[in-house]
Design a protein around this ligand. Sequence first.
Ligand code: ARG
Length: 284
Amino acid sequence: MTATTLPEATTVPTPQATPRHYLMCPPKYFTVEYSINPWMDPGTPVDVDRAMAQWTELKNTYERLGHTVEVIEPQPGLPDMVFAANSATVIDGRVLGARFRAPQRAAEAEHFRRWFVTRGYRDLVMPSRINEAEGDFAWTGRVLLAGSGFRTDPEAHAEAQEVLGVPVVSLRLVDPRYYHLDTALFVLRTGDDAQIAYYPEAFSAGSRRVLQRMFPEAVLADAADAACLGLNGVSDGRHVVLPLEATGLAERLAALGYEPILVDVSELRKSGGGPKCCTLELHA
Ligand code: ARG
């Protein structure tokens, strides 16, 4: 075949799923009774049964896709414990615990630490700096993208690099609505050819340039995608779980060969959370 007749060479490969291992916490004690981000209005009533139904559907979705979901026991008085992603960063079986900025969430870290100890994770370090875990850390399989600006201390990025032994790339968030990295960016595909989706306006000018340099092919989200917490997605490399309203982003991902799966997270969003916030990935 001559070079002019090689269409296969330019064909984009079909995205491939890999099995994932997640940790989740049911929203048994979910409420919005304090406000630590602009989404939270303590005056808004929350329907706990509905939150539980939405969470259960999210968990069922992962299981239908063949992923393993473990569940930690929720604790009374910790309404945000449902947002398990904030509670540890696990890479190659090494665990870096969390240290929350808000006193209302501080006690969550110890419940998760105990879960990891009970489950036999030996290599576990609790951070000295404020570190909201996968809320601000996204693992591409090669580098850890790390957010700061609202929650996680920039010094926690260096601590994560030291404890986890992975290269960390610091990014600065500038819009209070997108207070955690996982509200503005998520990893679609891990590995050498890692791919991400992100909302550029949530980042400082310098961080935007870093992202552009590292991921020139990234899927860029717009204001509407971001405003429904559409960047709080969970991808297994092929299936991408997104909030129901993220239809524009879903269409663009589908055109690239991904399979978007839309889930209703309306109750959890009252606290500023979406699918990813509820899902801590245990990177083997
Ligand atoms: N109400 C929680 C907070 O403000 C929501 C956390 C959402 N989690 C996340 N990974 N973005 O801390």
